[in-house]
Design a protein around this ligand. Structure first.
Ligand code: ADP
Ligand code: ZN
Ligand code: ZN
Length: 745
């Protein structure tokens, strides 16, 4: 008996299966992990098949040393998936197989956790007599009393009832009255606390309609849906009903959420409805917790999986449903190697495993909505909020006028008045300030004019570190000196746009010294429960104003929030990115959706230097269709995705010289490839060597080769070659090939 094994080494020369002998008497299955001899070393591998014969003389074959687990860690359907992804990303199977396991499992870095438990070793009827015989020892009598129920009790639990029980337990064990065993325990994130079940609400007409369309398809194990439901339309309730039906059919369900900040709330929702069958997978779990949740899914104990991007690879058998909530979020894309789009992976799994796919959002991505229009998804809509709650009123404040009237603070008079009002009524407010790290654009505070690239229609930025004082376009490389006065209106108030959440918090504290304020951004939410603590602070009402970056905009449901303020809508609108308009629309719609989710209607105030902008106007009306039509047209004429592919080779090194040299070398290689392959050259609209606007990151100098490519099979072949090029690293440089990366900075 011979086994085909993929050895866990990522290298071109090893990118095929190796044949090993299966030792006599060893039962193995496909997907099982094994330890194998590899050259002089021992390596981990995955069994992907069996055979009776091979070209190599059998005597020359080595034997599998031992299985690493007594069950197949990778389900056959996930081996299929890994194979497909490897083909697609042009990388070795060993690399995509790694996605299918908790990272900690490789190299045996997490152990199964065990705890001692005590259990009665005699028939229950004999307990009275045994207790009688314990004489003076009260501890032993007490212990027998507890263990009388015949149920195994963890020793840790006994310790809480009987002081220092160990010696007494040992004596009982020696007397043959009690067994002490080692039992596996699964670490549960959140302590495994059960939340009380919540009753089902009566469904709204839209919820009924959507479920009416979806349930028959769910029963058939098919259907690809895009649900466009306005904020507060009750999408979560739809998910819950679908999940419940999936469980009733004996199948497993998966719900993907974009951010960990969202997960606790969603988990809470689902725990309340589904109890212990829900498992959570995300990167903030400890290694042990993640491993144990993974095993609960693998064993079929947890049949509802909730998690971030990589949870799409969870070992759920007999999958019936995948929901991708807030499907427009870029966190679903992994642009580094092996690159994947969790939505696409979800679709493959559904196709392959006979499951239903539901993508949902209040602001679907341009790509998904275009696919739905083309018929790839069935479009479902929930245009109203539950209980006929109105969408919040949105007011747009022209910050240019504020400046004219001498107000230089970050808050308009209107926003301050609304905040005061909100606080006086004992309600809560959320303020969004989207400060995105490094990039700074230049805008005129008198007329709102933004310095944009004449070639690309995206805003130009300062190079922050190691910059040359020039404004740059990082799509085409155009550069110019920042102007002293506004080219539109000659005002001298044209400058770097730079306030952040911290500044907003400071000003707020001055205005409202007695109000609890929490700030949520990348600096305040580090650590395992960082998000959770801050959100609890706000949810409990101890804090009444929540200030934060985009992370507060998404999915959170706080019924007491009646006011939402966007401090500077321009911050996102002027990001130097072709997706800036899409991001702004999403962000403004989502954040506006946070207001008025309870009984009291909500109010939204958007501050901007560009009140006439069509994206701002469309988001104020929460009119997705209008926005989509505008944006789709712009992408087509500007040749941006989904009509083209943007890609780059990124080089990083602690040595500036090495980074530049390697980038130049790669550029030369690219040019050679294009000369040799006219079919590729024809599909390459642009290729250019440049420094990204973040020229130094974490102490490393950076260079990139930017490309704009046509969507075409030849482009895929070119991309495969570029992937190979990116493997050409040395001690000094690291290279990445990124395909439609989420950022070009
Ligand atoms: P969305 O995700 O579409 O923005 P949610 O699912 O968060 O909206 O629902 C918004 C609010 O409406 C939640 O507080 C939820 O509990 C409530 N809700 C949802 N469905 C119903 C219903 N059928 N009846 C009453 N309340 C509902
Ligand atoms: Zn101006
Ligand atoms: Zn340009």
């Amino acid at each position: 008996m011979l086994a085909q094994v993929i050895v866990d080494i990522v290298h071109e020369n090893v990118a095929h299966t190796f044949t090993y002998r299966v030792p006599e008497g060893l039962e193995l299955s496909v997907g099982q992990r094994v330890e194998v001899p590899f050259g002089p070393r021992r390596k981990e591998g995955v069994v992907v098949g069996f055979s009776d014969t091979t070209d190599v003389p059998v005597e020359k074959l080595k034997s599998i040393i031992a299985p690493l687990e007594d069950y197949p860690a990778i389900l056959p359907c996930l081996i299929d998936l890994a194979e497909r992804m490897a083909e697609n990303a042009h990388c070795p199977l060993a690399e995509t197989l790694r996605l299918m396991l908790p990272a900690e499992m490789r190299g045996g870095r997490v152990q199964v956790k065990q705890q001692p438990i005590a259990r009665l070793a005699i028939p229950k009827e004999d307990v009275d007599e045994a207790i009688f015989k314990q004489g003076r020892s009260q501890k032993r009598r007490q212990l027998l009393e507890i263990l009388r129920d015949g149920i195994p009790h963890p020793v840790s639990e006994l310790k809480m009832i009987v002081r220092d029980p160990l010696e007494a337990l040992r004596q009982l064990q020696q007397a043959g009255l009690v067994d002490i065993l080692q039992e596996e325990v699964l670490r549960r994130p959140g302590g495994g606390a059960e939340t009380p079940p919540a009753p089902d609400p009566e469904l709204t007409p839209s919820q009924k309609e959507v479920l009416g369309v979806m349930l028959p398809e769910l029963h058939q194990g098919q259907g690809r849906f895009l649900l466009h439901g306005v904020t507060g339309s009750g999408k979560t309730e739809v998910f819950i009903r679908l999940v419940r039906e999936t469980l009733r059919m004996g199948k497993a369900a998966m719900i993907l959420v974009p951010e960990i900040a969202l997960t606790p709330q969603m988990v809470d929702w689902f725990r309340r409805r589904f109890g212990a069958v829900a498992a959570v997978l995300h990167s903030r779990l400890s290694a042990g917790e993640r491993f144990d949740e993974w095993r609960r899914i693998r064993r079929g104990e947890a049949r509802v999986v909730i998690g971030a991007r990589s949870a799409v690879f969870a070992p759920a058998e007999n999958l019936g449903l995948i929901v991708v909530d807030e499907e427009h979020e870029t966190t679903y894309l992994s642009d580094r190697h092996p690159r994947y789009d969790a939505r696409e992976v979800a679709r493959w799994r559904c196709d392959n495993e006979g499951a239903t796919l539901l993508l949902a959002s209040a602001t679907p991505s341009i790509l998904s909505f275009a696919m739905a229009r083309r018929g790839d998804y069935t479009l479902l809509e929930m245009p109203n909020r539950v209980m006929n709650r109105p969408l919040p009123e949105v007011e747009i404040i022209d910050m240019r006028q504020e400046l004219e009237q001498g107000n230089r603070s970050v808050f308009s008079g209107r926003l301050v008045a609304a905040l005061k009002d909100c606080m006086r009524r004992g309600q809560q407010a959320m303020l969004l300030m989207n400060r995105r790290g490094y990039n700074a654009f230049i805008s005129c505070r008198s007329c709102g004019h933004v310095m944009k690239c004449p070639n690309c229609d995206v805003s130009m930025t300062y190079h922050v570190s190691g910059g040359d004082g020039q404004l740059h376009c990082h799509y085409c490389g155009f550069a110019q000196a920042p102007p002293q006065t506004c080219p539109e209106c000659s005002s001298k108030y044209i400058r770097y746009f730079g306030a952040g959440t911290q500044k907003v918090e400071e000003e707020l504290r001055k205005l409202f010294p007695n109000v609890g304020i929490v700030r949520m951004d990348i600096d305040t939410t580090s650590g395992k429960d960082g998000h959770q603590k801050l959100l609890d602070e706000f949810r409990s009402g101890r804090a009444r104003i929540l200030v934060g970056t985009q992370m507060i905009a998404k999915g959170l449901d706080f019924p007491k929030v009646t006011l939402v303020g966007v401090v500077a809508a321009d911050m996102t609108l002027n990001l130097p990115d072709y997706r800036a308009r899409e991001r702004t629309f999403q962000l403004l719609t989502q954040v506006a959706g946070r207001a008025g989710r309870g009984e009291t209607p909500g109010q939204v105030i958007i501050q901007t230097y560009k009140p006439e902008d069509e994206v701002i106007l469309a988001s104020a009306r929460q009119d997705y269709r209008v926005f989509f039509e505008q944006e789709f047209g712009k992408r087509r004429t500007g040749l941006y995705p989904p009509f083209t592919i943007l890609a780059r080779l990124l080089v990083e090194s602690t040595s500036a010289k090495a980074a530049q040299e390697h980038a130049e070398h790669l550029m030369a290689e690219c040019m050679r490839l294009l000369e040799e392959n006219p079919a590729w050259k024809k599909r390459t609209l642009m290729i250019r060597l440049d420094q990204p606007s973040v020229t130094i990151l974490r102490g490393k100098s950076r260079w990139h080769i930017l490309m704009k490519l046509l969507v075409h099979p030849e482009t895929e072949a070119f991309a495969a070659e570029l992937t190979e090029l990116a493997r050409e690293e040395n001690d000094q440089v690291e290279t990445y090939f990124e395909y439609n990366p989420t950022t070009m900075m």
